[in-house]
Design a binder for this molecule. Structure first.
Ligand code: ZN
Length: 423
């Protein structure tokens, strides 16, 4: 069924008028307007080198790929290197897409079919995320390489289901690529059209490169999954950081958009509880139950799914610490600087996690929070982040203070936000 759909999708893209514009390219994409509607909007793609194949400095789109993750796959299990593992998962690597445009009187390209709208908008959203990380967060272009984005691939996680996955946009570390999956039940904006969702996924890529050295199979995840037994506290923490900070970056990046600051990453794509649970404007607090699970549950059997809850509290703590647009951007840079730092006085998540491979108790939420704190140099902002962490994440103040760059001794919780769960 899906293979048929994918073939059909590609067939519509084969006929092309093959325009050859110079970059930047003026093209229409679906962009969320101030009225909360997706409107065909004239945008400039700054990095595109092939508008027909949708390839450029930021991404290259590939159609017709097939990716299978299966714990019983002999080829994958025999792989001795990450490169071999990646090749084993990629059953079909796909081929360039062919987009189809109509040029208007002003020389602007209009996508001529649905898939071209979806492809162009996907590229545009990835380019905006790339631009945000480069210009606002100060991540060098060398750290943001061209990524393959598989468009409507057949993606199967065999241990879960034989059916290909749908309705998602993913950064998939094992293949070091993005995937824009076919949609089925999402009847609102497809996820790839949603700029916040793609920024969230792009942020996972940056996290993977900095915290996990760009590994397909990150060492902390493998070591902690295997060594944990019933408890995987460090794995629970690092997964929560990855999700929460991805939502936080999606929020900060959205403030540069036509729509404006968007505290709801899934807004316009998904309705209901799972959307509202991720709303960063809501007051969310660490509960005793959630902290107990964070510290004692096994990620793979119990905790999985709750990393979003902890992540949302972390992201909303950061959002509530800002008092200006300048704070927001400073904080986004500080958080990302904390991903990796070889300075001995303020090690990053990367260094802290790799030092704790054999001792999950050494990589706690407080340790990670301190890594962020130490990367904020502006005193007032640091103090506000400290108060937010103590209040919303309920990190005991004594765990946040002490060192030169740590929280000031004067740190207090904020009254009337969260009921304290600490003694
Ligand atoms: Zn995510």
């Amino acid at each position: 069924m899906v293979r048929k759909l994918t073939a059909a999708a590609l067939a519509t893209l084969v006929v092309s008028c093959a325009p050859e514009p110079q970059k930047p390219v003026k093209v229409r994409a679906l962009v969320l307007s101030g009225n909360s509607e997706y409107v065909p909007t004239e945008v400039e793609l700054q990095t595109i080198t092939d508008i027909v194949a949708l390839e450029g400095q930021v991404a290259k789109m590939r159609g017709g790929a097939r990716v299978v993750l299966d714990s019983n796959d002999p080829e994958a299990n025999a792989a001795k290197t990450e490169e071999a593992f990646l090749r084993a998962l990629l059953k079909e690597e796909g081929r360039p897409v062919t987009a189809h445009y109509i040029t208007d009187d002003q020389g602007v390209l209009w996508p001529a079919d649905f898939h071209t709208w979806n492809l162009v908008t996907t590229y545009y959203n990835l380019e905006r995320a790339w631009d945000y990380f480069n210009k606002v967060v100060d991540v060098k272009q060398a750290e943001l390489p061209q990524m393959t984005a598989y468009y409507f691939p057949e993606f199967i996680i065999a241990d879960t289901s034989d059916e290909p996955m749908r309705d998602n946009a993913i950064f998939f570390a094992p293949t070091q690529s993005f995937m824009v999956l076919p949609f089925e039940t999402i009847t609102k904006a497809p996820l790839a059209i949603n700029a916040s969702v793609l920024t969230h996924e792009y942020a996972h890529m940056v996290f993977n490169r900095r915290v996990y050295n760009g590994r397909s199979l990150p060492e902390p995840i493998s070591a902690w999954s295997l060594s944990g037994g019933t408890y995987t506290p460090a794995l629970n923490v690092i997964k929560s950081l990855d999700e929460g900070l991805a939502d936080y970056h999606a929020y900060v990046a959205s403030c540069r958009s036509t729509f404006g600051c968007n505290k709801r990453v899934l807004y316009t794509s998904i309705d209901g509880q799972s959307e509202s649970d991720r709303d960063l404007s809501k007051t969310t607090c660490m509960s005793r139950e959630l902290r107990e699970l964070l510290e004692t549950a096994n990620y793979n059997s119990v905790f999985s799914g709750r990393e979003y809850q902890v992540g949302t509290i972390l992201a909303s703590a950061l959002v509530n610490a800002e008092q200006s647009a300048a704070d927001r951007e400073t904080l986004a840079r500080a958080v990302t600087a904390a991903y990796s730092d070889t300075t001995t006085t303020k090690p990053g998540f990367n260094q802290l996690a790799h030092a704790a491979l054999n001792d999950q108790r050494a990589f706690t939420l407080a340790v990670a929070a301190k890594a962020i704190i130490r990367h904020i140099s502006e005193f007032n902002l640091k103090q506000r982040v400290c108060s937010q962490f103590a209040t919303r994440l309920q990190i005991p103040i004594e765990d946040l203070v002490g060192g030169v760059d740590d929280c000031p001794d004067s740190t207090t919780t904020i009254v009337g936000v969260c009921e304290s769960i600490n003694p």
